[in-house]
Design a protein around this ligand. Structure first.
Ligand code: CUA
Length: 338
């Protein structure tokens, strides 16, 4: 091979590799990681991407060079000259891919093992999926139930999943992993959030008509802010004062996302107006307290005229008794005021 030919090949390869590298680096393919696990997964992604770009550059250079250099003349209908195998070349192009694929396998296995390693002082949170809501409960805080996931930064988090109906899938893009929630089994997912912030929780398995709205937030806080929140909430939801406790339960479970309640400054209209609860109870010919209670734990038992069935989630059935009582008392007080 002449020097000019080698220079041409290197030139084409550099150009092709440069374009591929620009596409890889300049487009935002992945969100900025917010967990140690996502950081490691990103490392595997870039490790594989760099290998791919180098191979692409070599193949593109040889291909483009051959297309131009060995092009047949327009009137040349003959077969090309016969060629024989090249043992040395074949050994090289077998050994190099074997090394690369083995390296990718080893790096992936190390990352998987590290990502699954649950650290000391783990925080356990139970995650319940149901068409079409996520709810979270904290076994370390009397199973306090919330509609948003709050967790401390830089601490092992072990999520245990339950599905009440179909297969859903838990996904926080910045945390880098997905976990299916399968009815009948309780899979777990280990995450170590490492960046304070508010991240979307997305259901990433088609689970019915409301699949696209089955979203909430994961809020990563400093350990001290988390402790303060957890103790504050645990104390509030179990305090003897129903308006404080009930207001906390109402807020934690995201009731205001669907219902109007002046006392909670919410004005959503997906579900019935809770300021008018006494009126609705009368309409249903039920005493106010038992009407409110059964509407929370068995929402499809009685449907408010003008509203569709199966919209109010049934996850609140599993709410600890004390929190449910507080919520009921709070709604009685607030709606009477309203
Ligand atoms: Cu739940 Cu999609």
């Amino acid at each position: 091979m002449r020097r000019s030919q080698i220079l041409t090949l290197v030139g084409i390869g550099t150009l092709a590799g440069g374009i591929a590298a620009a596409v890889a680096v300049l487009l935002p393919w992945l969100p900025t990681p917010a967990s140690r696990e996502a950081g490691r997964i990103d490392f595997v992604f870039w490790f594989v991407t760099i290998i791919c770009i180098v191979i692409f550059a070599i193949v593109a250079a040889v291909l483009l060079y051959a297309v131009v250099r060995f092009r047949a003349a327009p009137d040349d209908d003959t077969d090309g000259p016969p060629t024989h195998g090249h043992t040395g070349l074949e050994i090289v192009w077998t050994i190099i891919p074997t090394i690369l694929v083995t390296a990718i396998g080893v790096v992936s296995a190390v990352v998987l093992a590290k990502d699954d390693h649950v650290g000391k002082n783990v925080l356990r949170v139970n995650v319940t999926a149901q068409q079409f809501v996520w709810s979270f409960s904290y076994p370390g805080a009397k199973n306090m139930q919330t509609g948003e996931l709050r967790v401390p930064v830089n601490r092992s988090l072990l999520l245990t999943f339950t599905s009440k109906d179909v297969i859903h899938s838990f996904w926080v893009p910045e945390w880098g992993q997905k976990q299916d929630t399968v009815p009948g089994i309780h899979p777990t997912l280990h995450i170590t959030p490492d960046r304070v912030g508010r991240y979307p929780v997305i259901c990433t398995e088609l689970c019915g008509l409301g699949h696209s709205v089955m979203r909430t937030y994961a809020i990563v806080m400093t350990q001290s802010a988390f402790d303060k929140w957890l103790h504050g909430q645990a104390a509030a939801t179990t305090s003897g004062n129903p308006s404080t406790a009930g207001a906390a339960v109402f807020k934690n479970n995201g009731c205001g996302a669907c219902h109007t309640l002046e006392a909670a400054r919410s004005s959503a209209t997906t579900g019935p107006d809770l300021d008018k609860l006494p009126q609705w109870a009368q309409q249903a010919k039920q005493p106010l307290e038992s009407f409110i209670r059964s509407s929370i734990v068995d929402p499809n038992g009685y449907i408010q005229p003008g509203y569709p069935k199966n919209v109010m989630p049934e996850t609140f059935k599993s709410m600890p008794e004390q929190q449910l009582d507080a919520l009921v008392q709070y709604l009685i007080q607030s709606s009477k005021k309203g």
